[in-house]
Design a binder for this molecule. Structure first.
Ligand SMILES: Cc1ncc(COP(=O)(O)O)c(C=O)c1O
Length: 641
């Protein structure tokens, strides 16, 4: 059983020794305890060292010894370094203080140490609880015959089949017997949580520092749509990073809002897009006084993080809501080197793909609502969630959200420390032992973002293999074919590796070995092809929703039809992937430059996927609005202006 350490901070050594000795005796008499607690004490100067130990789970501050200023400083230190752990006040006062900073209060004069012990144990038991996952396990072991969905009935339809029993055995029995439905009342309902799902969500809110947290089982793609549907109405303006995930563009279509796109900074040397320069965000906010919402992605796929506080404050001063897409940053709260998170910077809504960086199943996501969001309407938000939620959510996935939260609440600091150490070690190795180069924040950002205080999430390790004259797609191929190593993504000359809490010493070792081998045999490989520049966005002439739902016509990209595309209005989002940044969004004017770029992607980059194109008589084509549809769309747009 893992040990949980509880540290008393006091300058009164005699009292500290007695406190520890009394509580240790109670521990010894609690042989059947579900958690093993260990008590120690230190003076305030040693608190920092205690907080750097992952086992420290509760800090008790002794106001019988520390004055008010010291108490406040210690409390701030705990919040700064370990937001996920609890602090408790041990007070000599007979009238409790008003402040609500502490998880609990214990009297310094308490002579019954069993009471003190149980108070502290209760705090930890709450944090380590997984209400939904526990209920699911309990139900599975207690359940008898099922007469409800899913039809496989705990996997019995598979296990008894000579044709598909092998799949049952491969997947394992619990994949099937945890696959249940809303008919099982003791497992609550994701669409109207009142018991175990609600409790798990409340624990998540506490762990991540939100006012409310909602579990979502269709990925952050859906979480983004839910938040945008809640915030936007037809004709509302939303200032949006062009480089945002396509779910945000889709939400513009669904809500009928008018996006004001921000061009991301581009580092053509590496094919890296984003973030958006701060001055450009501020200028767009100033130029759009009626905007309702600002949406940014932090960190980006490449791990680049905005200096969020200044941006969120600026947006709030002008009355905007702020959604930060933290799909790639659910781990940010659990190590001081990674903070502040978007919620800590005051974001109103934050979406996170728990599955991307933490221990949850794919598609598991959370929406966090910030403290003090203006006019937050929980009932309305619930309606928007339910509109996007399957009435048959995956129960194993909900349990994985619960368990992933528990892990980060109790061992988040330790696992992130290990992850950051691996990432640092990998970077150092590449720098010192290969012909490749790990890129830092400044190199990834380029000049345009030099003054924006952009930070890099160290867990995203981008390596410039072009520096050694190699093509990244080729190195990627070799890593897989020779060493069985799969990377997260590549550009023309860089490879990105995601170091996660699931990374192990041996995986790091094998990656180092593979990179060194490829670096040493590099002359055998192809040289990198240059990256392809994306043209600037043209005008958004028509609301994305109107353009997308137009009947339109499909015109081929080349020949006479191609020429006729210029000046028309696009119905679909056209996106080369990677990098996944749209060349066109619905409602946007097709220009010669954009058409040329689309043609170049189609004909010269067969390695890429092109999303949004259609076919016309077998030729690649694009859907554009009919002239009469475009006229109506323009009138609608003018009525909004
Ligand atoms: C920035 C960003 N937001 C949202 C998403 C969608 O997340 P999910 O895969 O959880 O649906 C992604 C996916 O890659 C992403 O990169």
């Amino acid at each position: 059983m893992m040990e949980c350490c509880i540290v008393l901070v006091t300058g009164d050594r005699q009292f500290g020794q007695r406190w520890v000795s009394e509580l240790s005796q109670v521990v010894d008499s609690d042989a059947a305890a579900p958690l093993q607690l260990r008590f120690s004490f230190c003076d305030p100067q040693a608190l920092e060292a205690q907080l750097c130990r992952g086992e420290t789970q509760i800090v008790v501050l002794d106001d019988g010894d520390l004055d008010a200023q010291m108490l406040a400083e210690c409390h701030e230190q705990i919040r700064d370094r370990r937001a996920e752990i609890d602090s408790v006040l041990l007070t000599a006062a007979r009238v409790p203080a008003q402040n609500r900073d502490y998880e609990s209060v214990i009297s310094r004069g308490e002579s019954n140490y069993g009471v003190v012990y149980r108070t502290l144990r209760r705090i930890l038991l709450e944090r380590t609880a997984t209400p939904f996952a526990d209920a699911l396990r309990e139900y599975v072991y207690a359940a008898r015959d099922s007469w409800h969905t899913p039809g496989h009935s705990s996997g019995d339809s598979l296990s008894s089949s000579p044709w598909i029993a092998d799949f049952y055995r491969f997947m394992g029995e619990h994949i099937f017997n945890t696959d249940l439905s809303v008919s099982v009342k003791m497992l609550d309902s994701l669409m109207d949580p009142v018991s175990v799902i609600r409790q798990s969500q409340q624990l998540a809110a506490r762990t991540f520092g939100a006012a409310h947290t909602y579990f979502v089982t269709n990925g952050t793609s859906t979480s983004n749509k839910i938040v945008l549907q809640y915030l936007l109405r037809s004709g509302d303006r939303a200032i949006v990073d062009r480089n945002c995930h396509k779910s945000v563009h889709h939400a513009m279509i669904m809500s009928g809002a008018l996006p004001v796109y921000l061009e991301s900074a581009v580092n053509q040397d590496y094919g890296v897009y984003g973030p958006v320069p701060k001055s450009r965000i501020f200028a767009a906010i100033d130029a759009t006084p009626d905007a309702r919402l600002l949406v940014l992605t932090s960190c980006t796929y490449d791990g680049l993080r905005y200096d969020l506080k200044s941006i969120i404050d600026y947006a709030h001063r002008r009355g905007l809501y702020v959604l930060i897409d933290e799909a790639w940053y659910a781990h940010g709260r659990f190590h001081p080197d990674l903070r502040p998170t978007a919620l800590e910077c005051g974001a109103d809504f934050v979406t996170q793909s728990t599955h991307k960086m933490l221990s949850a199943f794919s598609q598991a996501s959370m929406i966090h609502v910030g403290q003090g969001v203006k006019d937050f309407d929980p009932a309305g938000f619930r309606e928007d969630i339910n509109m996007h939620t399957s009435t048959s959510p995956q129960y194993g996935m909900i349990a994985s959200l619960d368990v992933a939260r528990k892990q980060m609440s109790i061992e988040g600091y330790s696992v992130m420390q290990r992850t950051l150490d691996f990432a640092r070690d990998l970077r150092e190795f590449v720098r010192e032992h290969t012909a490749f180069r790990p890129l830092d924040a400044a190199e990834l950002c380029g000049q345009e973002l030099a003054d924006d205080a952009i930070l890099l999430d160290p867990t995203k390790v981008t390596i410039d293999v072009g520096f050694a004259g190699l093509s990244a797609p080729e190195v990627q191929l070799q890593l897989f074919s020779q060493f069985g190593i799969q990377v997260e993504k590549n550009t023309h000359n860089t490879l990105s590796f995601l170091v996660t809490i699931g990374t192990t010493e041996s995986k790091v070792l094998r990656l180092k070995q593979a990179l060194r081998t490829l670096s040493e045999t590099r002359s055998a490989m192809q040289k990198p092809a240059a990256g392809q520049a994306l043209p600037p966005l043209s005008e958004i002439r028509v609301l994305p929703r109107t353009a997308y739902f137009a009947r339109g016509e499909k015109l081929a990209l080349g020949g006479e039809e191609g020429k006729a595309l210029v000046g028309r209005i696009a119905c679909d989002e056209i996106v080369p992937y990677p990098p996944g940044i749209p060349l066109l969004v619905p409602g946007q004017l097709v220009t010669e430059e954009i058409l040329a770029a689309i043609n170049a992607f189609v004909h010269e980059r067969e390695d890429l996927e092109m999303h949004g194109l259609r076919k016309n008589a077998g030729r690649p084509a694009m859907r554009v609005m009919l002239p009469e549809e475009a006229d109506k769309g323009l009138q609608e747009r003018q009525s909004i202006d």
